[in-house]
Design a protein around this ligand. Sequence first.
Ligand code: KG4
Ligand code: ZN
Length: 345
Amino acid sequence: MKDLMQQEPLILGIESSCDETAAAVIRGRELLSDEIASSAATQAKYGGVVPELASRAHAEAVDEVVARALKNANVKKEELSAVAVTYGAGLLGALLVGLSFAKGFSYGLGIPLIGVDHIRGHLAAAYLEDKTLEPPFLTLLASGGHTAILYTERADKFRVLGGTLDDAAGEAFDKVARVLSLPYPGGPHIEALAREGNDVIPMPKMLKGGGGYDFSYSGLKTAVINYVHKMEQSDLAYSRADVACSFQHAALDVLVKKTMEGVRETGARVVTAGGGVAANGYLRERLTRACREENVRLVLPAKKHCTDNAAMIAAEGLVQYRLGNFAPLSLNAEASIPLHRSARL
Ligand code: KG4
Ligand code: ZN
C-alpha cells in the first residue's frame, strides 16, 4: 500500500490570477496542504481589485506561501513530480508573478511545468471532493467571470451547453452589493444580508424562465439598481435585506433550473459545481434538493475550493500530468481565454 501511495504523483499547484496568492500540494487526489494569502482586505478599500496592487501583493507573498505549502505537506521540493500553475485567464501582472515563480521552480528542479486554465481548475475542484469522481458529469460553473453549464465527457474535454451573455453571476452579486453599500467581494455579504430578508420584491421574469442554457444577468442587475435608486430618490423606506434576498433568489434559482434541464438533456448521472458563487449556501441547498429529487449524485466542492484556491489548480495539474500534457518554459500568461478554448486540452 505504501509503495502504491509513493507512486502517486506529488504536485505543487500555484494560483495568482486575481487577488489570492495560493499554493497547495497534492499526492494523487489527496490534499496535503492548502495555503492562501489574500489581498482582498486591501482591495476592499477600492471597491474592487486594483491590478497593480494585486501584482505587488503576489510578488511579496508567493515565496512564503509556497514554502508554507511544502512545509505543511511535509514535502521537500526535490520530491515534487510537477508544478502546475494558472496561466490564464486573469490579471496579466498577477498571473505573471505565479507563472514566473513556477517556471523557476520547474527549471531549477528539472520537473515538468503544467499550465492550468483557471476555469478548468474550478471544474477540477470536484475531483478532490470525491476521489472516485470520473467523467462524464455535468457542471454548474458560476464565478466572477463565467456562468456556464458544462458537460465533461472525458478528463480532457468538455462541451459547453450554455454560457455568459453579459454579466457573470458573481459580477452581478458584486455590482448589486455595491448599490447596497456592501463591501467587495459582494457575494458573501449579499448571502448574509439575504438571510435577514424575504423574497418579496418582484424581479424580472425572463430569468425565471427563458429557453436555452445561456445566462443574462444585466437585466436583473439593472432592475435591482433601478429599484434602489427609485426608492432613495423618492425618500421611500425599503428593506436592503429584502432586496438582497429577492435578488439572490432570482439570480440563483435560474442556475438550478437550467442545471436540471441540462441533466435531463444529457442524461448525466452526476452533477458538480464550481466557482465562487457555488460557495453560496442558498444555491448549495437548492442544488442539493433538486439533485435528490432527480436522483442524480451531486459532488459539491468544499466552499473554500469553490472560491479561488490552489488545490483546484493542483487537481487539474494531476489530470494533465496523467495525460503527459506539459508546458514549455515559453508559456505565456493570457488575460482572457474563451470558453470554447478551455473546453479541450
Ligand atoms: O471563482 P471566484 O473566486 O473568482 C473568479 O474566478 O471569478 O469567484 C468570485 C466571485 C465574486 O464575484 C464573488 O462575489 C462571488 O464569486 N462569490 C459569491 C459567494 N462567495 C463568492 N457569490 C455568491 N455567494 C457567495 N457566498
Ligand atoms: Zn476563480
